[in-house]
Design a protein around this ligand. Structure first.
Ligand code: PHE
Ligand code: ZN
Length: 881
C-alpha cells in the first residue's frame, strides 16, 4: 500500500532509466488468493551508463518468490528485495539479458482496487498510475515502453474468458480443468496500460471497418443478462471510431477492441490498450434505468477512452507531470465529439458550468496546482479537474488562438512527430509553434501558473469619434507555492452588438493584436480602440468562454438583456442571463442575512420567462437558462464568509418569485413539452425532457404541493422523468407521505439494480437541511449499502459531502465530523477513494468563522491519525497549510 513516506517527486529530478526494456513476457496462473506471476523481462544497459549501476525495479506490497538471470538462479548476494523495490547488481555491461521474476499476489484481498483485484467474481487489473508494481517488480514508469506477450492460465469453468491487450494469439486446455490463452500486443506500451481480465461474462459483439478497410472486432463484456443494456455503449463506440477518423484522421490499430464493465472501480474508466476497463455505471443503460445525463456520460466516456488510443497510448507521457498531455487533450477531443453529436452551444454551456463548479474552486483553494505541475507527493491525487478540464481549456485556447486550420496542422505534426514516443507538454506546444511559426512561449504560462486569472474590463463609446475603447486588466491570484505571477496570453472572443442586434464591424483597431473575432490580451493592462463604430454597441466578451477566466465587466441589466436577446452566439446569451441572475441571487442572500425581504428584479424575471417561452430556441438551451446558478456558484461568487443556509434561503426565494410570475408558462411547458414517439436518448428528446422537468421544478415553488409531482412520478415512463419527480418530492417535500411512498416504490422496483439504487441513495443524501445527516447515517446500515464498492460510497457519502451544501455544512459541524470518521474508516481499505472524498472540504476556508472552525477541527482529527495513507496524508496536509 502507498503508505505515507513523505517523499516528494520532482520534475527537475527526471532522468531516463539506466536500463532499456526490450520485451515483456508475463504468465499468470490465476487463483483467488494466490495468483502466480512470472515476469520475463529483457533489458540492456543504456549506452553510456556506468557498468556498476544496478537495475532497480519498483514494487508495492510485493514479496519476491523467485529470481533468475538468463534462466539461472540469482545468488542472494546479488540482489536486495523489499516490498517496495528489487535491486539487482552485477548485470552484464553490454548486450541483452533476461530477468525472470516470480511473485504471488492475492486478488481477493485487494481492496484498494489497484493492481490485480477481484470484483463480483471477475479478475481485473487497474495499473494507472502505479498499480503494475503491485503485480510484479518492474520499471513502473510511463517512459519505459515495450511489446508485451501475456499468457493467462485459469480454471476453465469459473473463468471461460481470458483477456489481455493486443491481438489474440491462441489458447487451449491445460491440466486440472484449467485452460490458457495467449495475447500479444505489438505496440510498445508503458506498464500503466497493461490489462488482464478473467472470469465469466456476457458479450455484445459488433465490428467496424476502418478508413483503410481493415475489419476490427468490437466486444463489450458485461455481467450475464445485462447485454441489452450495452447496446448504446456499442453504438457510441462505433460513432467515436468513425468521428476520430473523419475529424482527426486517427485510425484504430489492432484487430480487436474490447470494453469490460466491472462494478468495483475507483474511477470512470481506463484506456488500457485494446482492452478498456469501465466502471459499469458508464456502460450500462436503458430507458428504464438510465437518465439522459447517464446516456450523455456513457457517450462521452466511451469516446474519451477510445480517443486515448492515440492521445495517451500511441503517444504517451514521459512522466506523470505530463499527465495533462494525454488527459487535457483527450478531454478536449471528447468535448468536441459530444458537441458534434449534440448541440454545440448547449454542450459548451454544460462544460463551462462543470468547469466553474469543479475546477474554479480547486484553483482558488489549497489544492490549486498548475496544469503541468513540478512536484507531487502522491500521483493518485493529481487526477484532478485542473489536469483534465483546465488542461482541455488550454488546448481549446490554442485552437482559438491559431484558428482551426493552423490548429489542425499543429496537431497533425504532433501525431506524426511523436507517434511511439513518451512525450512532454513542451513537445506538444512546440508542434504548434513549428507548424505555424507562432511564438507560444507566453501562452505556455497557462501550463505553469496555477489560479484562475481575473480580467477586469470596461468599455466606453465616444460618438464624436465613432470609437469604442475597451480597457482590460489581468491579474492572476497567488496560489500555493506561486506567490506572484506573470501576465498571460489570454484569447478573448468578442463582438460589438449594435442596437438593432447586428454585429458591428470596426474599420480599424489599435492597442493590440486582434485576429478575426479574437482579442489577444497579453499585457497586464491593455486598451483596445475600435474605430468606425457608428452607434453605441454592447460588448459581448469572452464568448463561448474562449478563456477560462473570471471576468469582471460592469454591464447594466439592459445591456445584458440586449446580449441575451441578440447575440448570435447562444453561449453568450446564456452567459448574459447568468450574469443578470447572479447579482440578484447574491443580493437575496444578503437581504435574508440582514432580515430584509427579498425583491427579485422584474428585468430578470421577464428575461427568463421570455426565454422559456421562445419557441425559436431549442428546449435544451431554454432548460439551461432556467437552471439558475447553483448554491455552490453563489458561494464561489461571494468568495468568503459563506453561510450555506443563507445562500439556500436566498436562492429559494428568487426561484419562488420566478415561479409565481411564470406559472402559466411553466404549466404549459410541463403539459406540452414531451417528445413524440418511442423513447430516444438523443439530444433533442433529452432537451424536451429537461425543459419539461425544470418547468415542473418551478411549479413546486409556485404551488407548494407534492400532489402534481407525485402524479408525475406515477406517470413517468423513463428514468429521467422518474428521477426528477423523485428528487423534487424528496427535496421540496421531504416529510410528506408522497415522498415516503415514492422512495419505497422506487426501492422495491429497482431492488436488484445497484446502479439505480445509487440514485436512490444520492437523492436522499442531497435533501437540503440539517436533518439529512441522520438520514445518511441510517442509510449506511441499509443492506443495499456495500461499503467496499466505490460507486455506493460516492452515491451516499460523496453526494452528501459534495452536493449537499446545507446538509454537509451544518452549523454544528456534525457533517464534517461524519466525513472525517468515514475517511478514517475508508482509508485503510481504499486510500484513493478516501483522498478523493476528502477534497469535498477544499473550500473550507471560505466558510463563515464558526463553520470554518468546525471544519478545521475535523481536518485536524484526520491529520492526527498515525496510520494515514500517503494519499490522504497529502490532501489533508495541503488543506491545512
Ligand atoms: N486514465 C483514465 C482516464 O482518464 C482515468 C484513470 C486514472 C482511471 C487512474 C484509473 C486510474 O480515462
Ligand atoms: Zn483520460
Amino acid at each position: 500500500m502507498s503508505t505515507s513516506e513523505n517523499k516528494i517527486v520532482e520534475l527537475a529530478h527526471y532522468r531516463p532509466t539506466d536500463f532499456v526494456l526490450e520485451r515483456v513476457d508475463l504468465t499468470f496462473e490465476i487463483d483467488p488468493t494466490n495468483t502466480k506471476v512470472d515476469a520475463r523481462l529483457i533489458f540492456h544497459r543504456r549506452d553510456g551508463v556506468d557498468a556498476a549501476a544496478p537495475l532497480v525495479l519498483d514494487g508495492d506490497e510485493l514479496t519476491l518468490s523467485g529470481l533468475l538471470l538468463d534462466q539461472n538462479e540469482v545468488p542472494a548476494s546479488q540482489y536486495t528485495a523489499t516490498a517496495q523495490s528489487l535491486t539487482i547488481r552485477d548485470l552484464p555491461e553490454s548486450g541483452p539479458f533476461e530477468i525472470t521474476v516470480t511473485t504471488f499476489i492475492n486478488p481477493q484481498a485487494n481492496s484498494q482496487l489497484m493492481g490485480l483485484y477481484r470484483t463480483n467474481g471477475i479478475y481485473c487489473t487497474q495499473c494507472e498510475a502505479e498499480g503494475f508494481r503491485r503485480i510484479t517488480y518492474f520499471p513502473d514508469r510511463p517512459d519505459v515502453l515495450a511489446p508485451y506477450t501475456i499468457t493467462i492460465i485459469a480454471d476453465k469453468a469459473a473463468n471461460p474468458l481470458l483477456l489481455s491487450n493486443g491481438n489474440y494469439l491462441g489458447g487451449g486446455n491445460y491440466d486440472e480443468g484449467r485452460h490458457f490463452a495467449a495475447w500479444f500486443d505489438p505496440h510498445p506500451k508503458p506498464s500503466y496500460l497493461f490489462a488482464l481480465v478473467a472470469g465469466d461474462l456476457g458479450v455484445v459483439e459488433d465490428s467496424f471497418t476502418t478508413m483503410s478497410g481493415r475489419d476490427v472486432a468490437l466486444k463489450i463484456y458485461v455481467e450475464h443478462g445485462k447485454e441489452p443494456r450495452a447496446a448504446f455503449a456499442m453504438d457510441a463506440l462505433k460513432r467515436s471510431m468513425k468521428w476520430d477518423e473523419e475529424r482527426f484522421g486517427r485510425e484504430y490499430d489492432l484487430d480487436i477492441f474490447m470494453v469490460v464493465a466491472v462494478s468495483d472501480f475507483n474511477m470512470g474508466a481506463m484506456e488500457n490498450k485494446g482492452l478498456n476497463v469501465f466502471n459499469d455505471k458508464y456502460v450500462l443503460a436503458d430507458p428504464d434505468t438510465a437518465t439522459d445525463q447517464d446516456y450523455a456520460n456513457i457517450e462521452a466516456i466511451i469516446a474519451h477512452e477510445y480517443f486515448h488510443n492515440w492521445t495517451g497510448n500511441r503517444i504517451t507521457c514521459r512522466d506523470w507531470f505530463q499527465l495533462s498531455l494525454k488527459e487535457g487533450l483527450t478531454v478536449y477531443r471528447d468535448h468536441e465529439f459530444s458537441a458534434d453529436m449534440r448541440s454545440r452551444p448547449v454542450k459548451r454551456i454544460a462544460e463551462v458550468r462543470h468547469l466553474k463548479s469543479e475546477q474554479f474552486p480547486e484553483d482558488a483553494g489549497p489544492l490549486a496546482h498548475p496544469v503541468r505541475p513540478t512536484k507531487y507527493r502522491e500521483i493518485n491525487n493529481f487526477y484532478t479537474t485542473t489536469i483534465y478540464e483546465k488542461g482541455s481549456e488550454v488546448i481549446r485556447m490554442i485552437a482559438t488562438l491559431l484558428g482551426a486550420d493552423d490548429f489542425k496542422k499543429g496537431l497533425d505534426l504532433y501525431f506524426e512527430r511523436h507517434d511511439g514516443d513518451a512525450a512532454t507538454v513542451e513537445d506538444f506546444v512546440k508542434c504548434f509553434e513549428d507548424a505555424t511559426g507562432r511564438d507560444l512561449s507566453q501562452f505556455s504560462l497557462w501550463y505553469h501558473q496555477a489560479g484562475t486569472p481575473l480580467v477586469t474590463a470596461s468599455g466606453a463609446y465616444d460618438a464624436t469619434t465613432a470609437t469604442f475603447t475597451l480597457s482590460l486588466e489581468q491579474m492572476v491570484p497567488a496560489t500555493p507555492g506561486q506567490p506572484s505571477k506573470e501576465p498571460m496570453h489570454i484569447p478573448l472572443s468578442f463582438a460589438l452588438i449594435l442596437a438593432d442586434g447586428t454585429v458591428a464591424t470596426a474599420t480599424g483597431v489599435t492597442g493590440g493584436e486582434v485576429t478575426g473575432e479574437v482579442l489577444h490580451l497579453t499585457e497586464r493592462n491593455q486598451t483596445f480602440t475600435f474605430t468606425g463604430i457608428a452607434s453605441r454597441p454592447v460588448l459581448s466578451l469572452n464568448r463561448s468562454f474562449s478563456a477560462p477566466i473570471n471576468l469582471h465587466l460592469d454591464q447594466s441589466p439592459d445591456d445584458l438583456a440586449h446580449i441575451a436577446r441578440h447575440d448570435p452566439d447562444l453561449f453568450a446569451r446564456w452567459q448574459a442571463l447568468t450574469d443578470l441572475a447572479l447579482p440578484s441571487l447574491i443580493q437575496a442572500t444578503r437581504d435574508l442575512q440582514d432580515g430584509k425581504t427579498v425583491e427579485t428584479p422584474s428585468a430578470l424575471i421577464t428575461a427568463l420567462i421570455e426565454t422559456a417561452d421562445d419557441e425559436s430556441l431549442e428546449p435544451a438551451f431554454r432548460a439551461q437558462v432556467l437552471t439558475l446558478p447553483s448554491e455552490a456558484d453563489i458561494a464561489r461568487e461571494l468568495g468568503r464568509n459563506n453561510d450555506p443556509d443563507a445562500i439556500h434561503a436566498g436562492r429559494t426565494s428568487v426561484l419562488a418569485a420566478i415561479a409565481e410570475a411564470g406559472v402559466s408558462t411553466f404549466q404549459s411547458l410541463f403539459q406540452t413539452m414531451r417528445p413524440d414517439g418511442a423513447f430516444s436518448p438523443d439530444a433533442q428528446d433529452a432537451g424536451k425532457r429537461a425543459l419539461r422537468n425544470i418547468a415542473l421544478s418551478y411549479l413546486t415553488y409556485a404551488e407548494q404541493s407534492p400532489a402534481p409531482v407525485a402524479e408525475a412520478f406515477s406517470d413517468a415512463d423513463n428514468m429521467t422523468d422518474l428521477l426528477q419527480a423523485l428528487t423534487l418530492l424528496a427535496h421540496r417535500f421531504p416529510d410528506s407521505g408522497e415522498t415516503e411512498g415514492a422512495l419505497g416504490a422506487f426501492l422495491t422496483r429497482f431492488d436488484a439494480n445497484p446502479l439505480v439504487i445509487d440514485k436512490w441513495f444520492a437523492v436522499q443524501a442531497t435533501i437540503p437541511g440539517a436533518a439529512t445527516l441522520d438520514r445518511v447515517n441510517a442509510l449506511m446500515n441499509d443492506p443495499h449499502f456495500t461499503p467496499g464498492n466505490p460507486n455506493r460510497v460516492r452515491a451516499l457519502v460523496g453526494s452528501f459531502a459534495f452536493s449537499n451544501p446545507t446538509g454537509f455544512n451544518r452549523a454544528d459541524g456534525a457533517g464534517y465530523r461524519f466525513l472525517a470518521s468515514q475517511i478514517l474508516q475508508i482509508d485503510p481499505k481504499n486510500p484513493q477513494l478516501a483522498a478523493r472524498l476528502l477534497t469535498s472540504m477544499r473550500s473550507w476556508r471560505s466558510l463563515e468563522p464558526q463553520r470554518a472552525d468546525h471544519a478545521r477541527s475535523a481536518l485536524l482529527t484526520i491529520d492526527r491519525s498515525a496510520t494515514l495513507s500517503n494519499d490522504v496524508r497529502d490532501i489533508v496536509e495541503r488543506m491545512l497549510k
